[in-house]
Design a protein around this ligand. Structure first.
Ligand SMILES: [Zn+2]
Length: 336
């Protein structure tokens, strides 16, 4: 049986080079006085290099990333690895156990990063996660899915003005990349403030495993590792280049009733195209919605129960502003 080490901090430098170590990392004590522990897999390479983090399920019901992290780590040959890979299959342990997005004080952990040492339950947990894991990284790939009642394409959110994160996003080879300055409170934003180059990968739908999404995300993250020099291997065959969106936003309903969203995720739509129909409880159409401008469907609602103000679809507007770096080109300061 493989030994799992129960620890209060990750001392990466003291781990044997060329090995895989499994941890349960103490985070907080619960109301029974029992430890809530994070599963962590650390692959310390045989040669020095960058420290790369892979995190999943900071939203407790976003599970594709859990399997993606496990599958990626399983492909690594520790002796050949350059640097260190720190994989956290589940960040939000209480949320995961409750099949819920939020932490167990009903707060979204991805809105309160970097937390606070003497704050609320979620703030303390967030703070310790930052201190015990994130601050040890050079690079972070944070894996998510859509929320309940919605579906996503495979897309990446990244600050595309930053040549590092822009190139990481590109290497993931998603269907769509959305430029998004890392907002306050997100793990990506807090990591960036701490000097960690971070991107967010959205893979599919919540509370399930989708093998094709998992496979694509593993391949994309491996390509980031390869370009960082962490692993060796051949570059992938040229696939479809991702659609680059300089901005994106959600389109909302203003009338309640049964919502049907017409286009598929990943589909390009044009201004004025019918995108959604709302019917009343007798089946009569009471509202139709049109695309406000040309774009691509990054994600969409699948839940027909629509109170006025519900989300219809996440519209990405193609094209990066001029002056942004070319994401297909590795920047000079790439940490190899
Ligand atoms: Zn999420």
């Amino acid at each position: 049986m493989t030994i799992v080490h129960i620890v209060e901090s990750l001392e990466l430098e003291s781990l044997p080079p060329g090995g895989v170590t499994r941890f349960r990392l103490d985070m907080v004590r619960d109301g029974m006085g029992e430890a809530i522990r994070l599963p962590v897999i650390v692959v310390r390479g045989g040669r020095p290099g960058p420290t790369v983090g892979l995190t999943a399920a900071i939203h407790g019901n976003e599970l594709n990333g859990v399997r993606a992290v496990q599958e990626l780590v399983a492909t690594l040959e520790p002796e050949a690895v350059r640097g260190t890979v720190v994989a956290v299959p589940v960040v939000n342990v209480p949320g995961y156990l409750a099949n819920r997005r939020e932490f167990n004080d009903n707060v979204d952990l991805n809105r309160i990063m970097p937390g606070a040492p003497r704050g609320t339950m979620s703030q303390v947990y967030a703070h310790r996660f930052m201190e015990r894991v994130v601050r040890r990284l050079d690079v972070l790939i944070d894996l998510h899915t859509a929320s309940f009642g919605r579906v996503n394409s495979l897309y990446v959110r990244a600050d595309m003005r930053n040549p590092m994160t822009a190139h990481m996003a590109y290497l993931q080879a998603p269907e769509i990349i959305v430029h998004n300055e890392s907002a306050d409170g997100t793990l990506r934003g807090a990591a960036a403030t701490a000097g960690v180059q971070a991107i967010t990968v959205e893979l599919g739908d919540p509370q399930r495993f989708q093998p094709h999404r998992i496979r694509s995300s593993v391949a994309g993250s491996l390509e980031v590792l390869r370009k960082l020099g962490v692993v060796e291997g051949k570059p992938p065959e040229d696939g479809q280049a991702p659609l680059l969106c300089g901005r994106s936003y959600w389109v909302y309903t203003d009338r309640g009733g049964l919502l049907e969203v017409l286009p598929s995720v990943g589909e390009r739509i044009t201004a004025g195209q019918r995108i959604a129909v709302v019917t009343d409880m007798f089946g009569d159409v009471i509202r139709e919605y049109e695309a406000p401008e040309d774009g691509v469907v990054v994600g969409k609602s699948t839940n027909p129960v629509n109170q006025a103000g519900s989300r219809i679809l996440h519209l990405g507007v193609e094209g990066l502003p001029s002056g942004f770096p070319d994401p297909s080109v590795a920047p000079p300061h790439w940490p190899r």
